[in-house]
Design a protein around this ligand. Structure first.
Ligand code: FE2
Ligand code: FE2
Length: 505
């Protein structure tokens, strides 16, 4: 009965007063209404925990008020007690018809009224909890759906996801009573101790501060009271408060009202001071949320990232192997990756295209693995036959790269990075947009780097010379070889391209 809010509607002031005193005496808060319309309005506005309705009132009678309350979605769960005339069976049938939850006969017996009220309030409590649970579940479902739809294993940001989780846990929302005031996040370290972050709302924004590191297992143990899942309410549940030296150590007050805690081997989450009684359900919610994050973080994301690292390492090794017999080019292939990325970005290409090009560009000369080293290392000019063989590295590249979809762009680059916009390139003499964009970009990147590097037949040029040759042409190179848009992008960002080359020297 304590803290319950009771709405009493009666047109007889002395009755109202009597009932108000009775409820007040037992700690309930009372709102009064002296006619049906007012009762209906107050019930809709205030959503009391219990409604006492006199049957006979001027204007709208108790039955009508009850019928309207019970037929509206937002008020139909509020328990209604009809106060009827003594033993009037008709009245009770009409009341049942209107959806009343219980009946009392006038004159009201105080003990009976209190007993029935208590039992209705208990039911209401359970209903509220169930409804809160339903809403919270719906919120969790939409939260995890959001997480899933935005999940990108290549760029999974653990910190941001954690922050989002905390926003979900702490942030204001429909079920604000089901939210804690503070959340202590504990993460296990390799030496068996724990690090702590405390999350809380500051001016409606989720904020956190780093707590003392290296919390021992013994210090956090009391928080969990020997379990993995705990829900505790002050002064209510069995067992003493989960007092722990940790609060003093962290400079944080201990829980004022309640605590919900969940832990696994590597993660502990302690939610403090919900604005309601907590139960096992709240602990389950917490564990489900943490499990979700853990799943993304540890399982999928780290596995995908591991495979990705292995993949990138492998193709990098392949590219370096192909370069082995080539001219002394240093980190040519890595620089070509970077130039191509920058050029693609300057052209406004999608970030995913930029990322894939960033590792595919280095494969441009992988076909040289099939060209005889004697030809590749020949110091003087190549004869016609040798030159034809070198040109085939584009086609050999296709064979080496196979048909895996992850290497589709690498194949494009390998076959097309010697094609020219004006159609004078090889191996197929493609022109214009028949040449894949990846090939047009890598051709520009490859040529710039070749101009800057020492080759058996030429000295290394400085940036300004290379820039001039590319933009104005010389005896060997014509600006018409390049896609005009790629050339424009190169001219726009040539200083950044220069920086990539210089920072590698
Ligand atoms: Fe090449
Ligand atoms: Fe190259």
């Amino acid at each position: 009965m304590k803290n319950a809010h009771v709405l009493i509607a009666d047109d007889e002031p002395s009755n109202l007063e009597l009932l108000r005193e009775l409820f007040n005496l037992h700690g309930a808060r009372v709102t009064q209404a002296s006619d049906g319309e007012t009762a209906l309005r107050l019930a809709r506005e205030l959503k009391p925990d219990l409604i006492l309705l006199d049957v006979v009132m001027p204007g709208m009678d108790g039955y009508e008020v009850c019928r309207r309350l019970k037929s509206a979605e937002e008020t139909r769960r509020l328990p209604v007690v009809m106060v009827t005339g003594l033993g009037a069976l008709d009245d009770k049938i009409k009341g049942l018809d209107a959806g009343a939850d219980d009946f009392l006969s006038k004159p009201v017996n105080a003990a009976e009224l209190l007993t029935r009220s208590r039992s209705l309030l208990r039911v209401k409590d359970l209903n509220d909890e169930l409804e809160g649970a339903y809403h919270r579940l719906a919120e969790i479902a939409s939260y995890t759906n959001g997480l899933l739809s935005r999940f990108d294993p290549y760029n999974f940001d653990a910190g941001a996801s954690l922050h989002e989780l905390m926003e979900f846990l702490l942030g204001p929302g429909e079920t604000s009573r089901a939210r804690p005031e503070r959340v202590l996040l504990l993460s296990g370290t390799d030496n068996g101790s724990w690090n702590g972050l405390l999350y809380y709302l500051d001016d409606n924004k989720v904020t956190f501060r780093n707590l003392a590191a290296n919390v021992t297992q013994a210090e956090i143990e009391p928080l969990f009271m020997g379990h993995n899942l705990v829900a505790w309410n002050r002064g209510e549940d069995f067992g003493p408060a989960p007092e722990s030296g940790i609060w003093q150590r962290l400079g944080e007050p201990p829980p004022q009202r309640n605590l919900v805690a969940f832990r696994s081997t590597q993660v502990g989450v302690v939610a403090l001071d919900f604005r309601k009684r907590v139960g096992p359900y709240d602990a389950q919610v917490l564990s489900a949320l943490v499990a979700t994050i853990h799943f993304f973080l540890k399982t999928i994301s780290s596995q995908v990232q591991e495979v990705e690292r292995a993949f990138l390492y492998t193709i990098g090794a392949l590219a370096r192997a192909a370069e082995y017999h080539d001219e002394d080019t240093g980190d040519h292939i890595m620089r070509v990756n970077l130039y191509a990325e920058e050029l693609a970005r300057a052209l406004g290409c999608e970030e995913n295209f930029v990322r894939v090009l960033g590792y595919s560009a280095q494969m441009h000369d992988v076909g040289k693995l099939h060209v005889h080293p004697d030809i590749l290392r020949k110091p003087g000019r190549l004869n016609a036959e040798e030159w034809e063989e070198v040109k085939k590295h584009t086609i050999y590249g296709l064979h080496i790269l196979g048909d895996d979809p992850r290497l589709a762009m690498a194949r494009e680059v390998a076959i097309s990075h010697h094609e020219r916009w004006d159609g004078s390139g090889y191996p197929h003499g493609l022109a214009g947009e028949d040449i894949p964009l990846s090939g047009r970009l890598v051709m520009m990147a490859d040529i710039y780097d070749a101009l800057r590097s020492r080759r058996p037949y030429k000295p290394p040029f400085d940036h300004d010379t290379a820039f001039k040759i590319i933009s104005k042409g010389d005896d060997y190179l014509k600006p018409e070889y390049f896609d005009p848009k790629v050339l424009e992008a190169f001219c726009d960002i040539h200083r950044r391209i220069e920086m990539i080359f210089e920072s590698d020297q």
